[in-house]
Design a protein. Structure first.
Length: 644
């Protein structure tokens, strides 16, 4: 078969005035295997037509004339590795112009790759170019920032001396730009908190700790030669010698405690005088007279002629508090003052009456070992309690959210019994030492509390006039209050604005002490804590229909986070108030409610509390749990207290 076919082309006479578009001229014959490239001659400028009766031949590739996979040239400089394909056509693969940069548009022209940078990006210098979006720094030089110019194009600009930057070295601090280069500042200070780790610094990651083999202390004073291994202090092979070279003592070492020295000649008889001579020989001489039988519930004992210590009198444990039952238990350390509790039955609880000694109170009753009475308000000054004055202050917060936490997991309560191994309620899940036994009541109580706070029926204000943020203690008081109108007579948005509040008199006891007061409050590093086992607060929780549930919280405490304003004063808090409520007192408070305040009748509410709520706190240390722990989340914003 011929390698090429001959094509016969004829040139036609065009009308006068019509330009011939082009003439194709060829060279070669049907036996040729190559030849000159076809030439295109532009004749569009001819004024006249010429009839050409010349017959010429043009060679074109024959489909079967381009052997499969044979190298060829497809005349496209933007292709490579040209070869004949199965169709007998010379074709090449597109030249790879991909620079692997997402911020460039890659193309090929005349066999040369071009990479146009997309708008909003800069390209770093060097072989390993990188894309940098506007507003970001050059990874290799933090003092070059990709910026948009006036014409809209992006280009690197150099930051001024002193501008902050990052030199990509984690071991330097306070890096700044100097003469267009990011210069590291003082070295990062890396420390180790124990001898088993040596502090170092890795430029890529910052501070590092490396295990050492240094001497250490394993926490047991009875061992010696302790040494670090694998980052831990390992007990040494030696034993501490406790020999005091005194023949009159029995020397020993108690693990975790250290050396102890017990009198060698102590016979344990309080009616003998024990002695020891320099050789360690004991003397135990019986005597008569005062002695101590080591029973904390007796005093005034004497030794009789038989050498017996006794005849002591019973210790008087009366604390003169009618709200406690006083007793003495030898193996509990002596006197105990147990809380008097109401008698509760199917119809409710009968409060235990008392007298708080204040003439202007009424309905005095025992709550958590304390006698509380309600203040009498009357125009008659002889029976009405004094008005409690509260000076104005701008250092205050308003509680905008309060809810009973719904479980006993971390973040939902506090460790009320100071025992991290216990938690409550187990029925809803608990852990981490969190105590919140009243969590099952959250669904019943929270809707009413939330509505009352959001609608302004209850406005609790926290007096922070004594606040400190340096870790030193101060006290806070929480008041019920009344919001003030603005200058135009409009109410303030007490859920969002810094409103003014006048303190309500029902916030105080007859001695003008706030019912809700927490002592030993401290602020350290954005954390706030306060209260403790000896703290007792009284508060009212709003329920449906305007009813309130008066509760007393013992072992009250407070933990959370604070935010400070520009002056370094507390502007908001997100915290938990926790403690324990005597179950009988809770039942009594519920019995005093209006029927409409509860979603169920009182009998059902009492039954549910008795069956669902499990006491988990021993407030009077008699070995019996008589109170249920509780946790309430609160959020606050800034407020102002005006003089009343």
């Amino acid at each position: 078969m011929h390698a090429y076919l001959r094509s016969t082309l004829r040139f036609f006479v065009l009308p006068v005035g019509v330009a011939a578009p082009f003439v194709i001229a060829g060279c070669g014959d049907e036996e040729s295997t190559g030849g000159q490239a076809d030439t295109i001659v532009d004749t569009s400028g001819a004024d006249t037509a010429v009839e050409v009766a010349v017959e010429t031949s043009v060679t074109t590739p024959e489909t079967s004339g381009c052997p499969l996979d044979q190298a060829c040239d497809d005349a496209n400089p933007c292709t490579t590795n040209d070869r004949c394909n199965a169709a007998g056509v010379c074709a090449g693969a597109a030249l790879d112009c991909d620079d692997q940069l997402a911020c460039t548009q890659d193309s090929c022209s005349g066999g040369t790759c071009a990479h146009a940078t997309l708008a909003g990006f800069c390209l770093t210098d060097g072989e390993a170019a990188a894309c940098v979006a506007t507003g970001n720094a050059d990874p290799a030089n933090g003092c070059r920032v990709c910026s948009l110019g006036a014409a809209g194009g992006a280009a690197f600009t150099t930051l001024a001396n002193g501008a902050t930057c990052s030199d990509s070295n984690a071991c330097t601090t306070q890096d700044t730009c100097q003469a267009g280069a990011c210069t590291g500042g003082p070295a990062l200070v890396c420390t180790s908190n124990d001898p088993c780790h040596a502090a170092g610094c890795d430029p890529a990651h910052g501070c590092t700790l490396t295990n050492t083999t240094a001497a250490c202390e394993d926490g047991d004073p009875c061992t010696t030669g302790d040494v670090c291994a694998g980052g831990q202090c390992q007990t040494g092979g030696g034993a501490l010698s406790c020999d005091d070279q005194d023949p009159c003592t029995d020397d020993s070492c108690e693990a975790g405690v250290g050396c102890g020295y017990e009198a060698h000649c102590d016979d344990g008889n309080p009616c003998t005088n024990d002695s020891c001579d320099v050789t360690g020989v004991c003397g135990n001489v019986q005597f008569t007279g005062p002695c101590n039988d080591s029973d904390p519930c007796t005093n005034g004992e004497t030794c009789d002629a038989a050498g017996v210590c006794g005849s002591g009198t019973t210790v008087d444990c009366d604390d003169t508090n009618t709200c406690t039952v006083d007793t003495c238990v030898s193996d509990r350390g002596g006197c105990l003052h147990l809380f008097v509790t109401p008698e509760c039955g199917e119809t409710g609880c009968v409060p235990v009456g008392c007298d708080d000694g204040i003439a202007c109170t009424t309905d005095d009753q025992c709550v958590a070992g304390v006698c509380f009475g309600g203040k009498i308000t009357s125009p008659d000054p002889t029976i009405s309690c004094d008005v409690c004055d509260v000076p104005a202050t701008t250092f205050a917060n308003k509680i905008i959210s309060l809810e009973v936490a719904a479980d006993g997991n971390a973040g939902s309560g506090l460790d009320i019994d100071d025992d991290p191994s216990t938690c409550a309620p187990e029925s809803l899940g608990c852990g981490g030492g969190v105590d919140n036994a009243l969590a099952p009541l959250a669904a019943v109580m929270n809707p009413g509390i939330s509505d009352s706070i959001e609608l302004g029926a209850v406005k609790w204000v926290i007096d922070l006039r004594n606040q400190r943020v340096d870790g030193q203690p101060f006290d806070i008081e929480v008041y019920d209050s009344m919001a003030q109108l603005d200058a135009f007579g409009n109410p303030c948005d007490y859920q969002a604005d810094t409103c003014e509040y006048e303190v309500a008199q029902n916030s105080f006891d007859p001695a003008c002490h706030a019912y809700f007061r927490l002592e030993n409050v401290r602020v350290t590093g954005g954390k706030i804590t306060g209260g403790g086992n000896d703290q007792l607060i009284r508060m009212v929780l709003p329920l449906k229909g305007g009813s309130v549930l008066g509760i007393t919280i013992a072992s009250a405490r407070f933990e959370g986070e604070v935010a400070l304003d520009a002056q370094g004063k507390i502007k908001s808090m997100n915290a938990i108030v926790g403690g324990a409520i005597p179950k009988t007192q809770l039942l009594q408070a519920i019995n005093d409610l209006e029927p409409s305040a509860l979603p169920v009748d009182k009998a059902t509410a009492t039954m549910l509390i008795n069956e669902i709520i499990v006491n988990d706190t021993d407030l009077d240390f008699d070995g019996l749990d008589e109170a249920a722990s509780v946790a309430m989340r609160i959020r606050t914003i800034k407020a102002v207290i005006v003089a009343n």
